[in-house]
Design a protein around this ligand. Sequence first.
Ligand code: AHG
Ligand code: MN
Ligand code: MN
Length: 335
Amino acid sequence: MQRLRPFLDKHCPNPDLVSVIDGLMLACKDIANRVQLGIFSGVLGSAEQENIQGECQKKLDVISNDLIKMVLAGMPQVKGLASEEESNVVACNPDGQYLVLFDPLDGSSNIDVNVTVGTIFSILESAPEDDATYESSFLQSGRKQVAAGYVLYGPSTLLVLSTGNGTHGFALDPRVGEFFLVRENIQIPTTTKEFAINMSNYRFWDQPMQRYIDDLLQGEVGPMGKRYNMRWIASMVAEIHRILTRGGVFMYPYDSREPQKPGKLRLMYEGNPMSMLVEQAGGKSSTCRDTMMDIQPHDIHQRVSVIMGSADEVDTVVRYHQEDTKPTSKKPKAD
Ligand code: AHG
Ligand code: MN
Ligand code: MN
């Protein structure tokens, strides 16, 4: 089995980028250890403080963030970083070439109930004249990512990574502390019978999403002509890993619960990196109306509606939304 480093040396164009990914893995292996130790490493429970998202941070959110920040800040290749747990971007090394954006711990509501969590990362190039203290140099579309990946802290610790030449899976052998290639060129099945969405938000979705789910739930007797199964782990990394493994569609659409925060997931360090992995594996990723990675970001923490996974199923969801915008002949007569 091939180790991560020689695989990257072969597939990754730039040795500095290989070093950044290597550095990230150092931090993630430390996080993996602490997750495995659980109560014995003091990582459980709340940190009793809120982050910029207005969410109560878990201790492991803060610990993971600080570990990754420490490793990246010490790397000459890293010019700056942005994190779900940091209000502002953090300048690292002025001569660095890369900007690293990350969700240090995704699915953290699961950590206290012993369910899979993970780290998501996205890597952008920064222009030499960019000043990494300014958010503007980070606001690049998902198409500009030079690498993206996640580390899944589950029964096994897995890395799924793309540097633009396919999506590949690695497993950590804890006996030697090394990641080994276990799945080269992952391909997502184009069709599926499995969907993932938080159904408790149904009444807050817009009408096309409600119509799509209604039709889905009619199964083989409805317009989809097949019976679907549902999953919801409340950990995006685990959902996307399942979809990369056996297909499916993951949805966190806009909802009207908090009009000033219509989406739950963040574009820059959840939507975009996961979209790169999914697209590189033959899947699709949309906001219901636009292709995710084409969005020009305006804020480092901006939220986005997320539909990603098996290509044909994502196309179906988008079609329900396009039909919604087509002028219908049945427009009510102006009175
Ligand atoms: P995070 O823990 O980084 O805030 O991310 C949690 C996200 C995502 O991982 C998951 O799919 C979603 O929140 C779950 O949301 P609900 O708890 O509303 O179902
Ligand atoms: Mn997250
Ligand atoms: Mn998080």
